[in-house]
Design a protein around this ligand. Sequence first.
Ligand code: G6P
Length: 610
Amino acid sequence: MCGIVGAVAQRDITPVLLEGLKRLEYRGYDSCGVAVYAEGELRRARSTERVAELLSQVEKDKVAGFTGIAHTRWATHGAPATHNAHPHFSGNAKSSPRIALVHNGIIENHDELREELQAAGYVFESQTDTEVIAHLVDHLYAGDLLEAVQQATRRLTGAYAIAVFCRDEPHRVVGARHGSPLVVGRGVNENFLASDALALAGTTDQITYLEDGDVVDLQLARVWITDSEGRAVDREVHTVQVHTGAAELGPYRHYMQKEIFEQPRAVADTLQDIESITPELFGDQAYKVFKDIDNVLILACGTSYYAGLTARYWIESIAKIPVNVEIASEYRYRDSVPNPRSLVVTISQSGETADTLAALKHARGLGMEHTLTICNVATSAMVRECKLAYITRAGVEIGVASTKAFTTQLTALFLLALALAQTKDKLSEEKEAESLKALRHLPVAIGAVLALEPQIMAWADRFASKENALFLGRGMHYPIALEGALKLKEISYIHAEAYPAGELKHGPLALVTEAMPVVTIAPRDELLEKLKSNMQEVHARGGELYVFADADTRIGSSEGIHVIRMPENYGKLSPILHTIPLQLLAYHTACARGTDVDKPRNLAKSVTVE
Ligand code: G6P
């Protein structure tokens, strides 16, 4: 993924670049770096620590200048080490470096280009695919950086966004995008580039979204954009208000904890005082689209995929429309049978996930034009690419492990199930009124579950010493078990797997010993008695059950069975309530193990590479 910031200005630009990097750390934080032009040469600072450490290096080494680029990395090619950190330099070894470049994405033909450039005399200092682009630009440079970048990008295959500048043209930064996001921010006699408008908040709100194939020439008083054919193009300038996300932690230890506790507000905001269910909640054309479709295809990754799996239960049960849910990175590459009457739903917190965007484009390429996204970022590529949208209002989510984004996605997906049902004449007025009442009460119901935190903390202390855990759920709570296991592995690094409880006997039961905690989601629903039998299968083999049981399930604590009682049964919305204790369990277990909860190792918040 990686985050990019670039600037041409008449003031020391390093503070803007570093502030931008801090805000882009959600895109990766394996290493970071900055390069500026100063006194006739390129200067650089790089670190495998966080941006705060880079800042002290920059101050110590006096890295300051009017033109510069900066980068926060999520490693793909080459370990997270200083020599692999961006910016990468290129130039004749006998003089000072000439080209500085940062990159987000993956260059697929880097091996072939590397050989060619090595044969031309370039010596590589890193294992990255990025250094290949830096040398290629230098190799093609004949006095005009824009021309060199245009020529270089024609040789690249793969996905990229780049920002590059040259010692010999110090008031110019050139950017290019193909498959990875890049925006231009305009100021007065200064201009900027960034992976996301968020990086530039407070510096400029005048944002242009570059399109695939665009190359941009950024100078002090000029922004010149050419398209993939090299033709000059005008791209709209939007006034974009973004929250900086520099939210205070308040009484919380981590952003993840804060975001878990923000869920009542986030869900209420996502519901936006809805008074009745109408397709138009999803866009002007929604009624026509919903009338026309006869099935739903959901595409997503990670936690968003689990929201999609839950939605399948709702849409099939409430609207009686068949639903397929696919992992975006699989769907985009498999031979599938397209149905032009599908409603293609993408779910994405960021709206920038490369696999989900590519899967969406793939579906459209197969003739499926009815597209809808459930997304938390109104200005994102996903929203721009879809005919219909529902914007969740979770607010900025800083913790890498998704919490409030997930429960607001579920809220929006429940609304979608109701709106589809209504369009297909499957929603009676009583059902609509009853569902709206339950939705309105949801924030309060979530609040009551959050009050269980002290009991969950006591469990977390026991989990902290485990290396494995199983999660069980049935029906629409099975995806919630999957999400619970994902949360635990993401932030505590405990190996966790989730199974539909009825599937246990077909394999995973072999893993059950007294060392294996088995977290069980036990709502009071039609599958409760079946679930109790599955719990007995675990109990009989010495497994330790940790059960989140609805108030009236009659599951009591005994030797080997630990129970935390959920305040109330919440009918079809129960998966949302049962998500909360699993988030808290993962969070407190990770705290007890002392991990970096908000920035777990190897992960990133937004994954803009495939
Ligand atoms: C990353 C994040 C996950 C997220 C997934 C999909 O892996 O760490 O939390 O669920 O991307 O992201 P999206 O923005 O498309 O929901």
